[in-house]
Design a protein around this ligand. Structure first.
Ligand code: TXA
Ligand code: MG
Length: 349
């Protein structure tokens, strides 16, 4: 299959491209598109055969449900049985935006889309290109992140091309995404519960609807026997090919430890990558040093996390050492992804 690469310019000229994308979706094909979080791999959410193609292109286990993306709230009628008051409040407050809400599905949403569950995850992305695409297709679009299963999520069209060239019909290139990590997922089918942390934090949600709980598997890292409620959270995720270790503790000790470990690995003939920040980069002596962002603005760290992991893959790095970051507010989501990318491998100094 030849993958068409089309550039979104945010102007009238996009119309033709979006019509072409809509045709592909109607025929049951796959179109990758930008959102404010990460790129998604879209198919018609009501077409089981199309949803199956998503699983095949990603190499994704079929028990891992997809998110339905919509452009307008009136599309919800086709998808969910009812909208509880608090869920409505969240939609009013955070849509369009990086918040995915889980509700009870209607019969016509196929189990292929929901991974066999009676609930469905829904989100309205806050991205002009995504919204234009969703409006052009006129149907809810089932879309996971557009990466090969297990690899870091794509934050640029080039990343999608790396993983999906020849496997999907089209990639809509909207440039680099704004946020860089996936949406917050909140289950609203019973007590409000965060299943995956993201840019919309627990505090922001509680400010609108009162108590919001965290899936217990998010609190102390994932134990083998515990099953997270978002099926996707149980898989090794967001992972680079190299062995990634996080070093946590007082910053000067973290730097010393990373320098020590790097010297040791380099002497063993290994290629070492270091995830550093603007504030710390000058203290490292060896290895391939990459600046992820500044500690003063956690958004910069989120935005570059996945692309740095991919750059280390490209450079065929064997071992990566990363500084740990604050777990406050949005930091919780950043550290959640970093810890998963590291396969829970963390050293405390
Ligand atoms: O920001 C995002 O959410 C991106 C963009 C493309 O919208 N999408 C994304 O999709 O991250 P994906 O498939 O990579 O992650 C969806 C997560 C998975 O962990 C999945 O298990 C969970 O959502 N999920 C989906 N439907 C669910 C449901 N009904 N109940 C529980 N978890 C669900
Ligand atoms: Mg994903």
């Amino acid at each position: 299959m030849k993958t068409i690469l089309g550039k979104l310019n945010g102007i009238e000229a996009d119309r033709e491209l979006l019509q072409q994308a809509a045709q592909i979706i109607k025929r049951g094909g796959l179109v990758a598109f930008p959102t404010e979080t990460v790129y998604g791999l879209g198919a018609d959410g009501f077409n089981e055969e199309a949803a199956k193609k998503i699983y095949a292109a990603k190499g994704r286990p079929s028990d891992n449900p997809l998110i339905l993306h919509i452009a307008e709230e009136n599309q919800l009628k086709q998808i969910v049985k009812k909208i509880p008051e608090k869920a409505k409040k969240l939609m009013e407050s955070f849509w369009p935006g990086p918040l995915t809400i889980i509700l009870e599905k209607k019969e016509n949403v196929p189990y292929t889309t929901t991974g066999g569950l009676d609930t469905v995850a829904i989100r309205m992305p806050n991205h002009l290109g995504a919204l234009s695409f969703l409006k052009a297709v006129q149907t809810p679009i089932a879309a996971p992140s557009a990466n090969t299963s297990g690899r870091p999520s794509p934050t640029k069209a080039e990343h999608v091309l790396e993983d999906m060239q020849g496997k999907i019909d089209m990639i809509l290139d909207g440039g680099e995404v704004g946020i860089g990590i996936e949406s917050t997922i909140i289950d609203m089918t019973s007590v409000p519960m965060i299943l995956r942390p993201g840019f919309i934090t627990q505090e922001m949600l509680e400010e609108k609807i009162g108590d919001v709980f965290l899936d217990p598997t998010l609190q102390n890292g994932l134990q083998e026997k515990e099953r997270p409620k978002a099926p996707g959270m149980k898989y090794r995720h967001y992972a680079p090919k190299a062995d990634l270790t996080i070093i946590e503790g007082e910053l000067s000790r973290v730097i010393d430890q990373i320098n020590r470990l790097t010297a040791q690995k380099v002497s063993e003939g290994k290629k070492v990558g270091i995830i550093a920040t603007e504030e710390t980069k000058k203290f490292y002596r060896d290895g391939m040093i990459k600046v992820i962002g500044t500690r003063k603005k956690e958004e910069t760290i989120a935005k570059h996390l996945y692309s740095i992991l991919r750059e280390f893959d490209e450079a065929e790095i064997d071992v990566i050492f990363s500084e740990a970051f604050s777990e406050k507010a949005f930091g919780q989501a950043i550290m959640n992804r970093l810890i998963k990318a590291a396969g829970h491998h963390k050293i405390i100094v």
